[in-house]
Design a protein around this ligand. Structure first.
Ligand SMILES: NC(=O)c1ccc[n+]([C@@H]2O[C@H](COP(=O)([O-])OP(=O)(O)OC[C@H]3O[C@@H](n4cnc5c(N)ncnc54)[C@H](O)[C@@H]3O)[C@@H](O)[C@H]2O)c1
Ligand SMILES: O=C(O)C[C@H](O)C(=O)O
Length: 316
């Protein structure tokens, strides 16, 4: 039996998709197929070729191709879904729901048809609801349909803590729970710097400011960019999850998972700590929450449910 490279499809070749495709190839996680809708010229093919031509310089072995034909994702092992509109300054992620629901439904139908055994990581916003749409449309088991938010939100939290303490980001381990909205729940009680609980080395005021900045971290980048939303850190976050799955690392990472009673919620996709490995979400880790934390999580869940109530396709 010959060993073959993994096939990874990235749907949506915009800022997040293209950045993730290059990172996947640089890490030699597999051959990458970039997919986008047809447009004048062939920008998707052009981006893929440009990335491929970086491979001799950087010394990575991976094929990268660009296409508008879903047949090219045939039997992909892993699919990253980044198709859809990003928000503009002044918008919330939830304002994208109607447009992006249609796109995610169409993309998910194609993924189901051409890559029926794949694992999926959804990025498109509002991501908790879009992951739910993907789960309902593909009918794949819940361990194979996963959303990305917590790796990014935790990365932002860790960045701000490291900046405040002027220490290495390698020593910070934050913990963010809940939906990917402004009421996400950074759990300070479970966050550490070099093994020291954060509350022991930062003042309550400093911690409060970091929690608020984390919650609004996506919006901060949207305002600064003026057009589009963050893509370097989101792409890096998806790739970390992809690597955990493709290498069966069994990492403890936050992921948007389908809940069936965990944390007291059911029939909802929500950001929770998970074990990510060769079987996708292998389990959800439940940690005890204090009353205040549970109240904050309830509020975040309510926001996700408000968006889910608008969904059309997922109710079918
Ligand atoms: N979950 C997160 O943490 C997170 C982080 C960053 C971005 N996002 C979201 O990811 C999405 C993509 O962001 P971006 O910055 O890459 O946007 P972008 O506009 O740069 O790229 C989106 C791409 O999707 C393509 N597309 C649209 N409809 C399609 C379809 N039917 N099939 C295939 N491709 C299609 C567009 O042509 C475009 O190239 C947005 O919804 C954004 O809000 C989520
Ligand atoms: O903020 C956005 O709209 C994009 C993304 O969800 C992010 O957190 O950067």
């Amino acid at each position: 039996m010959a060993f073959t490279r993994r096939k990874i499809a990235v749907i949506g070749a915009g800022f997040t998709g293209a950045t993730a495709a290059l990172m996947l190839a640089q890490k030699e996680l597999g051959d990458v197929v970039l997919v986008d809708i047809p447009s004048q010229g062939n920008p998707t093919k052009g981006k893929a070729l440009d990335m491929l031509e970086a491979s001799p310089v950087q010394g990575f072995n991976a094929k990268i191709t660009g296409t508008s034909n879903y047949e090219d994702i045939q039997d992909a092992d892993l699919v990253l879904i980044t198709a859809g509109l990003p928000r503009k300054p002044g918008m919330s992620r939830d304002d994208l729901v109607a447009t992006n629901e249609k796109i995610i439904k169409e993309v998910s139908e194609n993924v189901k048809k051409y890559a029926p055994n794949c694992y999926i990581i959804v990025l498109s916003n509002p991501v908790d609801a879009m992951t739910y749409v993907c789960y309902k449309t593909t009918g794949f088991p819940k361990n194979r349909v996963i959303g990305q938010s917590g790796v990014l939100d935790t990365a932002r939290f860790n960045t701000f803590v490291a900046q405040e303490l002027n220490v290495s980001i390698e020593d910070i381990s934050g913990f963010v729970l809940g939906g990917h909205g402004d009421d996400m729940v950074p759990l300070v009680r479970y966050s550490y710097a070099g093994g020291i609980p954060l509350e022991k080395i930062l003042s309550p005021e400093k911690i409060k400011a970091i929690v608020e900045r984390t919650r609004k971290g996506g919006g901060e980048i949207v305002e600064l960019l003026g057009q589009g939303s963050a893509y370097y850190a989101p792409a890096a976050s998806m790739v970390q999850m992809a690597e955990a799955i493709l290498k069966d690392k069994k990492r403890i990472l936050p992921a948007i998972a389908y809940l069936e009673g965990e944390y007291g919620y059911s029939d909802i996709y929500l950001g929770v700590p998970t074990i990510l490995g060769g079987n996708g979400i292998e389990s959800i880790i439940e940690i005890p929450l204090e009353d205040e934390e549970k109240t904050a999580l309830d509020q975040s869940v309510q926001s996700v449910q408000n968006v889910m109530a608008i969904l059309v396709s997922a109710k079918a």
